[in-house]
Design a protein around this ligand. Sequence first.
Ligand code: SF4
Ligand code: SF4
Length: 430
Amino acid sequence: MTESSFDATHPPSRELLNECVHCGFCLPTCPTYQLWGEEMDSPRGRIYLMDLAERGEIELEGAFTEHIDACLGCMACVTSCPSGVQYDRLLEATRPQIERNVPRPRSDRWFRNGIFALFPYRRRLRAAAVAGALYQKTGLAKLAERVLPPRLRAAQSLMPEVRLSSAFASLPRRVRPDGPVRRRVALLSGCVQDVFFHEVNTATQRVLAAEGCEVLTPRDQGCCGALGLHAGRETHARERAKQTIATFEKLPVDDIVVNVAGCGSSMKEYGHLLADDPEWTERAQAFSAKVRDVSEVLAELEPQAERHPVDATVAYHDACHLGHAQGIREQPRSVLRTIPGLRLVDLPEAELCCGSAGIYNMVQPEPAEELGKRKADNVRSVNPDLLVTANPGCLLQMRRYLDDVPMMHPVQLLDASIRGTTPGRTPAPR
Ligand code: SF4
Ligand code: SF4
């Protein structure tokens, strides 16, 4: 028997690979197959490549890595597969194999290392926010747009308008409701979310408190490891997961609330990520069992705060890591429907990724741009007054191609309704 091309550390399992019956039902929902019509850039084709590599019939370097790198990890294929193939588990097992065993070209390695040296660290992000504010004010951003190579141009065009007052603001550690406590929750404030979308966190605290939750937001929390997990940086993801568990498990709360789709889906996976670490397995499972998207918590609570009318047509974009990865579609919609006057509309091709996908729009800027433009066209086709979505990556990506439609996190819209204010806008990228 030929030796597998994967190393012995958690390779994609033969049992999972065998579950694919090659029916092709997943193909129409796969964004990369939609773009290129290439079998090896479909879920079925990628599973076939994993199968060949597991049998040792192809090496990891070259075409294999290119087709796996081109996958967005959007998990639309998991939703659409009638056989229940766990492509998410297969991809999670495959990406670390590439990161460990395939040498990347120097410029690619540096670019990826740069992303991971910055994004998971709040202090570094704040320092970058200062540099970003100067960069935007001096007009350098406009100049750079013309001279930077595609990846750096994509990264800089995603940069939101930097508000230093928000980037350096800290959240109150404890927010109590005015009336009786219905639920005690802890909030993940996130890294990119807290520095560049701080107002989403403050809105989350206010809304939860208005609905009777006591909200604890520990200061000593850091990155949850989501970016690393989705990019195959398993060691980074495991370390971050352990730190996050250690921070939150000591809090006397019913739920650990997340308002970022990508972070929530990773935190629900900690039990699996740390399944082979005896010291952490049970702790990780207990932690993951408490993780809830903010819309899940709000949908379960009978509304108690008065809502003021919002006379607007609102398009809802399903973030892939909320809809496909966590199966959360109805809860945010039902929460938004509690706002009087609001007309909620779905998007055509709602299952299709917007091209954000963690670090994808920085490392694969061309397909990300095609998907971003396609999503923008779909949004415009329903002529909304507002667009809402529960992931900062999606907001940044779509703002780039859709600067004529105000957009925000759903919890900000609910917050505006409860407070009786005009729904605001997310910072626009330069
Ligand atoms: S992943 Fe599922 S839908 Fe796609 S080819 Fe395999 S069995 Fe069919
Ligand atoms: S995760 Fe998304 S991009 Fe990757 S194979 Fe599945 S549907 Fe296609």
